[in-house]
Design a protein around this ligand. Structure first.
Ligand code: CU
Length: 285
């Protein structure tokens, strides 16, 4: 009865899912990837789950088999007690090592593909220097060919107004990650990927956006008081929209590189703590 109830209620639950939720279930909760690197990462994710489920079924099966086969059958009889079974202990040790090695092999192979340069033959089409700092992001479009190939334009966000990283569809991009203060992590769930932004370390990765749209990004490394406000958007647009956006930044006077420092230190929309403390001090007799 119990199993039937569980099965019936899970069917009901599944039936209540929207198409979007069912699609998400089929992808085992991974978002749809929007870069040329995402399909490989998705296959690794699905493959790892498949392997884990198969191993789980085997182990649960063996446990069930042992429980039934070697159960106590008569009250006055204790089943055979086994200890120090060397072949079994060697199996217990070797089998997990093989499993870890297999996971490791597929992970490293995929990681090398994901972290490969945009092209082996030449530079990427666009380079963006991403600055993560307490507590927002700055995006620098480095001497972009969509402008004149010499001018760098930037957009600096604040906690109140998160910035947007614009990317042209079908063009290879290299993101250089820089931090002037503490470790942050650049995470766009739809990239199926994140990378730490470490002070003094030149982290970078390349990819080609493959899907138009606006996607959420965030900091994935607890970096201080307003870490949760370190949000941004990624907007994948056509090449002409991308060029128009860069021209707009240029017209607004956002030229040169913004590599961190004062721009995002004002916490717009948040209480100024020092003023707040002063008013508290002033209020005490
Ligand atoms: Cu952060």
């Amino acid at each position: 009865m119990g199993i039937a109830t569980v099965a019936a209620s899970s069917l009901l639950l599944m039936g209540g899912c929207s198409d979007k939720e069912q699609e998400s279930l089929r992808r085992l909760a991974q978002p749809v990837g929007i870069t040329d690197r995402a399909p490989g990462i998705h296959h690794l994710w699905m493959g790892a789950w498949l392997a884990a489920i198969l191993v789980g079924i085997l182990v649960w099966g063996l446990i069930g088999y042992a429980c039934i086969k070697f159960r106590r059958r008569r009250d006055d009889e204790i089943p055979v007690q086994t200890r120090y079974n060397l072949p079994i202990e060697i199996l217990y040790t070797v089998a997990p090592i093989i499993m870890v090695l297999v996971f490791f092999f597929f992970t490293v192979t995929e990681q090398n593909k994901v972290l490969a340069a945009a092209s082996e033959t030449g530079p990427p089409d666009h380079v963006v220097t991403v600055v993560g700092q307490q507590w927002s992001w700055a995006f620098n479009y480095d001497q972009d060919s969509a402008l004149d190939g010499k001018t760098t334009v930037h957009e600096v966000g604040t906690t109140a107004e998160p910035p947007t990283l614009w990317l042209p569809i079908g063009k290879s991009v290299e993101l250089k990650l820089r931090s002037p203060d503490v470790i942050h992590s650049f995470w766009v769930p739809a990239f199926l990927f994140k990378m730490d932004v470490i002070p003094g370390k030149d982290n970078h990765f390349s990819f080609t956006p493959t899907r138009l749209g606006t996607y959420r990004g965030r900091c994935a490394e607890l970096c201080g008081t307003y870490h949760s406000r370190m949000l941004f958007d990624v907007k994948v647009v056509s090449e002409s929209d991308y060029a128009a956006h860069l021209r707009r930044l240029q017209q607004e006077g956002n030229t040169g590189a913004a590599l961190g420092g004062s721009e995002v230190n004002q916490q717009n929309g948040l209480v100024n703590q020092e003023e707040d403390l002063d008013s508290v001090k002033g209020a005490t007799p």
